[in-house]
Design a protein around this ligand. Sequence first.
Ligand code: MN
Length: 489
Amino acid sequence: MKEQTENIPEHYFQRLEAEVRTYHASEDMQLLEKAYRTAALAHADQKRKSGEPFIIHPLQVALILAELHLDKETMAAALLHDTIEDTDISVETIEQEFGKEVLFLVEGVTKLKKTIQFEIEKDKLQRKEASLRKLLLATVEDVRVVIIKLADRLHNMRTLEFQKREKQIEIAEETMEIYVPIAGKLGIFQLKRELEELAFCYLWPKEYQTVQEQLAWRKKEDRKDIEEFIGEIEEMFAQINLRARVGVNYKNSYSIYQKMLTRECVMEEMYDIYSVSVILESFEQCYLAVGYLHNKYNPLPGRFKDFIALPKSNLYQAIHTTLISGQRKTIEVQIRTEEMEKTANIGILNYWKYSVGQSTKLEKMEWLRDILNWQKELEEENFTQFVKSRLSRQDKKIFCLTPHGESIALPYDSIVMDFAYQIHTRIGETIAYAMVNGKKVEPDTVLHNGERVRIVTGQRKKNFPYLWIEKTKTARARSKMLQFNRAQH
Ligand code: MN
């Protein structure tokens, strides 16, 4: 009996190895094996609430990351993620045995946990607007830290049944408020969906149950219509020699529940509860398919969205349209390529191809950069900039502090103007000078990491000097200053 229990973690490790080999054929397992053995030894006397040996938890977290095809440093860090805090292992040992990168990630996860706890407490006290998510994202130096944390949370949610009801609610609430939106921002819908579903189930068990039952009923009701519609379009695509993979996706329970709340409508009347997906080989084919679909069925006005030409900030791409089918029913159709489908599931991870295939990596990155740059001008949020800087580690960032101690992330070599516009457009427009670490400076002064910046405003009537505009490092400051100058004429 004892022997059997001891064997279980071993099985999980074998699964992990097998999973990694599916995408890294020649992957050297030494690092993972060593991380596993070290963590298993360190956690040897600890048990989870479920009674399982503790090491099962880090193994499961690493497995979630392997399913997302992350690199081996991330998985080694996942295996070690609870050792600094909960065991006798020292930071020095991790660095010696696993190197700087793994240590950086493990420490990042440990720090992030503390920041989150601290911010939650502060939030409760000050009832401040939840800037928490932004803060978290801005303070983390490597997006992989956030991804490990998301996987950690997912496994804790999967095993939430072993916690007391009070704790379940607390953890589920935190998941809904912090982790679900972060997963969404990063476009990792595979994680977002499951986190949200589990959190919903623990927060509102009764409502969850109701939605589940009604959903099962709707699926039965819809089946004939869907099959008929899919049959029709498959035939149409076959006639024009378009190879398409057609499927159907139901919305997850939580979004259905929200729809029920906001629209006060019952499930029978919800027309966009599912969508039909059409997956093609190239983006040209996507537009071709839309053309044919609109020719065959009437599209519902105002429901056509081209996220291929205008991707969402989490990189999601597809064409959405709602058609009125032969049965006079409306059906939402989402058209995308295989590659876009992958991005729809794993978001930025699809663009982030670690240490293998350097050249394709760079190509992708350039393309990504273009999208992000373009996006930035359309959006107020500087999140895309964050993604951009995190994707390429050469792109250095600095963090400057507001007088209230909030940290503002800026590109390397940014000037006071970049900082000012990052705070607020009005602050940028009315800037007179700035106090940097208590010293008066001009608005075109270059900022350094960790400096405390206070913007002193006045009344601006003159144009911004072109020299200042040239020195800015953020597209936001640049475009706003140009805009301001144009408006002066
Ligand atoms: Mn953990």
